[in-house]
Design a protein around this ligand. Structure first.
Ligand code: MEV
Length: 328
């Protein structure tokens, strides 16, 4: 089943919008899509393992799943704003295929929550493009798939850097820089990461706009912060290659401080990062857009990852342990 991977940004979110590099890693879950001929265009969406109407639980494990599902038709606007974005995104993607021989049913299974900073929308866009390519017999590499999915991503995020889509398509650990080919990194050892959800759904457009406002008000200070983050990203890439997890963790924690200076952290995310460090994390930071969503903690080994997850659960946060990278 065609897949787009969810992602974590190890370092470099927000500054990546301003042309700096960022280091991201695909996670083993994302969004899977199947497209098949039908009598009308529509999309059936299933949230894997969602336990309640709060789609936040998607992918975060827990008691036996009771999947939530909904269906969209292209012709009729959806009443839920997020569903309407999906409808418009799908329409934008289908339009890019030009003349289409069939009406389609798109079955989309989301394994990560939206609004969490885990690249859910990009993963869906990439998976839909892969599924449509199968139907129409189109073959293209991961970079071209990511590019083709951008009309979908723009509906969700306005002016995205393209990082989430590139990582979603590559399924790798990689350095992304706007306008340059994705630079894959082969990790010198496993990256054991704990993802913790703050419980707050946030919007990329909101936090990216808040950083843009800060940048407009204090251009030189903000540029200096972006430059410092770019330096951390370069050092972190070297640390990933050589498997120096301690160094990587310190760089991640410093990145979190700088993201706090950009005002995209929240007391909830700060509390979770501090709790993770207390439980033995080598470093911790918010991941993705911030303003809510998720944080990540780097663990030295699996037992420590479990301890960190338990500590975060004590704060009533949902957690996921991931290997940090998944090769398609
Ligand atoms: C969102 O996952 C990452 C941001 O840097 C926005 C972007 O790169 O488009 C906050």
């Amino acid at each position: 089943m065609p897949i787009g991977y969810g992602k974590v940004i190890l370092l470099g979110e927000h500054s990546v919008v301003y042309g700096r590099p960022a280091l991201g890693a695909a996670i083993g879950v994302g969004c899977r899509v199947e497209a098949s001929p039908a009598h009308r265009d529509h999309m059936a969406v299933e949230l894997a393992g969602a336990r309640s109407k709060a789609a936040i639980s998607v992918g975060f494990g827990g008691p036996p799943p009771e999947p939530l599902a909904f269906e969209l038709t292209l012709e009729r606007p959806a009443s839920h704003p997020e569903h309407e974005k999906m409808r418009l995104g799908l329409r934008a993607l289908l339009e890019s295929y030009g003349q289409r021989p069939n009406a389609l049913r798109i079955d989309l299974r989301m394994e990560v929550p939206g609004g969490a900073g885990l690249g859910c929308s990009a993963a869906c866009g990439v998976a839909i493009v892969r599924a449509l390519d199968e139907v129409y017999g189109i073959k293209r590499d991961a970079a071209a798939v990511a590019q083709a999915s951008m009309p979908w991503e723009r509906i969700f995020h306005g002016n995205p850097s393209g990082m989430d889509s590139a990582i979603a398509a590559s399924g790798a650990v990689a350095i992304f820089r706007k306008g340059r080919p994705l630079q894959l990194i082969s990790a010198g050892g496993p990256l054991e990461l704990v993802i913790g959800h703050s419980g707050v759904v946030s919007s990329t457009i909101t936090t990216v706009t808040a950083v843009a406002d800060l940048h407009a008000k204090y251009p030189s200070q903000t540029e200096a912060l972006f430059d410092e983050i770019a330096g951390l990203v370069d050092s972190a890439a070297a640390a990933v290659r050589s498997g120096e997890l301690g160094a990587l963790g310190r760089l991640m924690s410093r990145n979190h401080q700088l993201l706090s200076s950009l005002k995209v952290s929240t007391p909830g995310l700060d509390e979770m990062c501090a709790a993770a460090i207390t439980a033995g994390a080598l470093g911790a930071k918010l991941t993705g857009k911030g303003g809510g969503g998720c944080m990540i903690a780097l663990a030295p080994d699996h037992p420590t990852a479990e301890r960190i997850a338990a500590q975060l659960q004590q704060l009533n946060r949902e957690t996921m342990i991931v290997g940090g990278a998944s090769t398609p």
